[in-house]
Design a protein. Structure first.
Length: 202
């Protein structure tokens, strides 16, 4: 095992996928240099009634990466020349994470990354509305017919910080899989509503 002295990154991802699709990890360094045809393909299995994907790489430096669903039948490994160029060099994407890449910094002998990608769930804040005056581009306006829960899902246990009236947590945009920061606020009572509004706008 002398050739594997580098730390191991283990990807453990919950992600539903249609037949013919496969989840890959595309990113810097050993993850293909952002070339999806060279990305790490994860192996699918079922755990507790949900689809999970797992794979690993050896890596000695911080990396950036995104998860993507691609069409398996059109993924090629340098075989396009055998078929008259009929296979595309880049696999077609079914779903791709948003603008911001995830990061991982391997420490010790291994680092297990547990993530969720494209998994909708019931939200504690699905009835929360905010006014259109707040300076947050990713908030849902009170006048909008769409609730918070139709656009975002909260990631359990991902608390980024604490404020006067609530916490800042991580959420995922359902349509794209992009992660965003969400400020949760206690809004019981008129005075609490005013304090919450001040905290959001500042």
């Amino acid at each position: 095992m002398a050739g594997h002295s580098q730390p191991m990154l283990i990807f453990d991802v919950e992600c539903p996928a249609a037949a013919g699709s496969v989840l890959v990890v595309c990113g810097t360094g050993p993850l293909g240099g952002w070339d999806s045809s060279k990305a790490l393909e994860l192996e699918k299995f079922t755990f507790a009634g949900s689809y999970r994907w797992r794979g690993s790489i050896f890596c000695h430096q911080p990396i950036e990466f995104k998860y993507a669903l691609i069409t398996r039948r059109q993924r090629c490994f340098g075989l396009e020349s055998l078929c008259g160029g009929s296979f595309p060099k880049t696999p077609p994407l079914v779903k791709w994470e948003g603008d911001f890449a995830r990061t991982a910094d391997p420490e010790g002998s291994q680092l297990r990354l547990r993530h969720r990608f494209g998994v909708p769930e019931a939200l504690a804040l699905e009835d929360l509305h905010v006014t259109a005056s707040v300076r947050l581009t990713r908030c849902v306006s009170k006048s909008s017919p769409h609730k918070f829960g139709s656009k975002y899902m909260l990631l359990p246990g991902q608390v980024l910080g604490h404020g006067m009236n609530g916490d800042v947590v991580t959420a995922e945009t359902i349509a794209t899989g992009q992660q965003v920061a969400v400020k949760t606020l206690r809004i019981t009572g008129d005075r609490q509503n005013k304090l919450a509004r001040v905290e959001i706008e500042n």
